[in-house]
Design a protein around this ligand. Structure first.
Ligand SMILES: [Zn+2]
Ligand SMILES: [Zn+2]
Length: 145
């Protein structure tokens, strides 16, 4: 944390070729149970840290995204294939970082579940957090305090 008290978060891909640097608190942290995020992350549920583009520095800078679905851009490490970042047209001015690549993941607890109707039947998360059967865009577009 710099002397002015601004929190700083860091992250990296599996091989370390891509480094992430986030300045300031994230806009939101959320689970996403949708099948796209599940497949992209390879995990039973995705969890993401949302930051403003101005908060994020990526080295080397993000190249061309991969887009399998209109309105959704996803980036991964060209070397090891780790998911690195995603962007959704319906969530403007936000970049979503998979929480597992963050060095401080333990200090970034999710605050809600998105697409919870798609949650795997054997996955039990009794955390009492708000659940949104859809994208949760209303809550995600209204950054948490
Ligand atoms: Zn890598
Ligand atoms: Zn998703």
């Amino acid at each position: 944390m710099p002397s002015d008290g601004t929190p700083v978060y860091s992250g990296r891909c599996y091989c370390g070729a891509v480094r992430l640097h986030v300045t300031g608190p994230p806009q939101s942290v959320a689970y996403c149970h949708c099948s796209d995020c599940r497949r992209w992350t390879g995990a039973p549920v995705g969890a993401f840290v949302a930051v403003a583009p101005a908060q994020l520095r990526v080295s080397p800078p993000l190249g061309a995204p991969f887009s399998a679905v209109p309105g959704v851009d996803r980036w991964r490490c060209d070397r090891c294939g780790s998911p690195i970042a995603a962007r959704f047209d319906y969530l403007p001015d936000q970049i979503y970082l998979p929480i597992g690549v963050m060095d401080q993941a333990d200090a970034l607890p999710p605050a809600l579940h998105c697409h919870s109707a798609s949650q795997l039947s054997w996955l039990h998360l009794t955390d009492g957090l708000p659940r949104n059967d859809g994208s949760g865009r209303d809550m995600l577009n209204d950054p948490m305090p």
